[in-house]
Write a protein that binds this ligand. Structure first.
Ligand code: 1HN
Length: 378
């Protein structure tokens, strides 16, 4: 970019002037990327079948004590940092073997789990264990102590969603390791489900003035049953099918301070109508097979795959078999600031023109050797 000498002066004078501005760590706004900067998040899809063998390989190669969490991140190739799925969020796959414990820590980032396979493992939050089963949506609110343990007899895998890039951008990222491997159990198992899992019934004596939901585990059996009951007498949203938000039962607000989470049931053969909205959204296929058209490109998905729809990208979904899509979005951050915009596609009966099919991008050479980051001594 750059502006050459206008009517105001000679080219040499202008260069001298720019140099003077540079010397005080300034820039002419017109010289910067500034407002012209384009969004970096690419619509992208990660196949679970590509990651699953690598997760098991990681269990042989990387002891859990070393990794703290045995996690493979799904890195969006449009973003220069090597670990983000979208501009504000992470999407990771975590594996934990029988008998293993992922030690206790806490951070100002909010986290969620969507269980993919296995049973018998728990997440403990501030001393309350919640046992996880496939399809369960589990919350780890910001600044709560949490550890995971697998008391079952098979490996357990789940999707981790976190808002770390957002928290880093606001420079409010704090992280602390607990002094012991596990935070003491101080609450009966699944107490939050007993207290707050009753749908429209909430305990009248409990005060919970927090930004996040007090419910630690939204069981899939209940979510699925609710979606199916709704689907008997309504088509739901033209854009998302029968779609529910995992709400904070005390306020009706989002499950996590910065992340809103949803489950959508798509009937076999259903094709939704395209819309676009601000806020990046990460989708995970709990069940089913189908495709989504994102900004004119077809993304084929099947069970356990994960994909990202960046902010302000047209998208519509088409289910081949009955499908349940889990999704999470940074909308709680942008909505209170007046930055949530939404638009339905008017042309072609609400369907995009198809301009191609998604293919994984080649992996760039990033250089660097094998790195192992950190250990925590016990
Ligand atoms: C974290 O705390 C977990 O608790 C998983 O399981 C992934 C990625 C970045 C930062 C913290 C967990 C994470 C994480």
């Amino acid at each position: 970019m750059g502006i050459d000498a206008g009517s105001g002066g000679k080219v040499e004078d202008l260069h001298f002037f720019y140099e003077q501005v540079k010397q005080v760590h300034g820039r002419g706004l017109w010289q910067t990327e500034g407002t012209a900067k384009k969004a970096a998040t690419l619509p992208y899809l990660w196949k679970f079948e590509d990651f699953r063998p690598l997760l098991f390989k990681a269990t042989e190669m990387v002891p859990i004590e070393l990794a703290e969490r045995r996690v493979l991140v799904m890195a969006n190739p449009g973003i220069t940092s090597d670990w983000q799925a979208s501009s504000t969020m992470l999407a990771n796959l975590q594996i934990i073997l029988p008998g293993e414990v992922a030690r206790s820590h806490r951070h100002s980032a909010s986290a969620l789990r969507l269980v993919i396979e296995g049973t018998g493992a728990y997440t403990a939050v501030n001393g309350e264990k919640s046992y996880m089963e496939p399809g369960d949506f589990v919350t780890t609110p910001n600044w709560t102590w949490h550890d995971h343990g697998n008391e079952g007899d098979s490996a357990m895998i789940w999707l981790d969603g976190l808002d770390v890039p957002l928290i880093q951008a606001t420079e409010t990222n704090f992280y602390e390791v607990y002094e012991a491997e596990q935070y003491p159990i101080v609450t009966p198992d699944d107490m939050s489900i007993r207290l707050f899992g009753g749908g429209a019934l909430k305990p009248s004596w409990v005060k919970h003035n927090q930004y996040f939901s007090p419910l630690l585990n939204y069981k899939f059996t209940k979510t699925y049953e609710t979606l199916k009951a709704m689907s008997e007498h309504t088509d739901g949203s033209p854009h998302d099918g029968i779609s529910v938000e995992y709400a904070n039962p005390m306020t009706g607000g989002p499950a996590l301070a910065t992340i809103a989470c949803f489950a959508s049931l798509l009937a076999p053969g259903l094709r939704t109508k395209a819309h676009r909205h601000t806020g990046g959204t990460i989708y995970h296929v709990i069940k089913g097979k189908g495709r989504s058209i994102i900004q004119g490109k077809v993304f084929h998905w099947s069970e356990k795959d994960t994909f990202v729809v960046p902010s302000w990208h047209w998208h519509e979904h088409q289910a081949e078999s009955e499908s349940v899509l889990f999704s999470y979005s940074d909308s709680p951050v942008i909505t209170p600031l007046g930055l949530y915009y939404e638009e339905a596609l008017k042309e072609d009966n609400g369907h995009q023109k198809i301009e191609g099919t998604f293919e994984a991008l080649p992996v760039p050479e990033r250089g660097g050797g094998v790195q192992q980051r950190r250990t925590h001594s016990k």
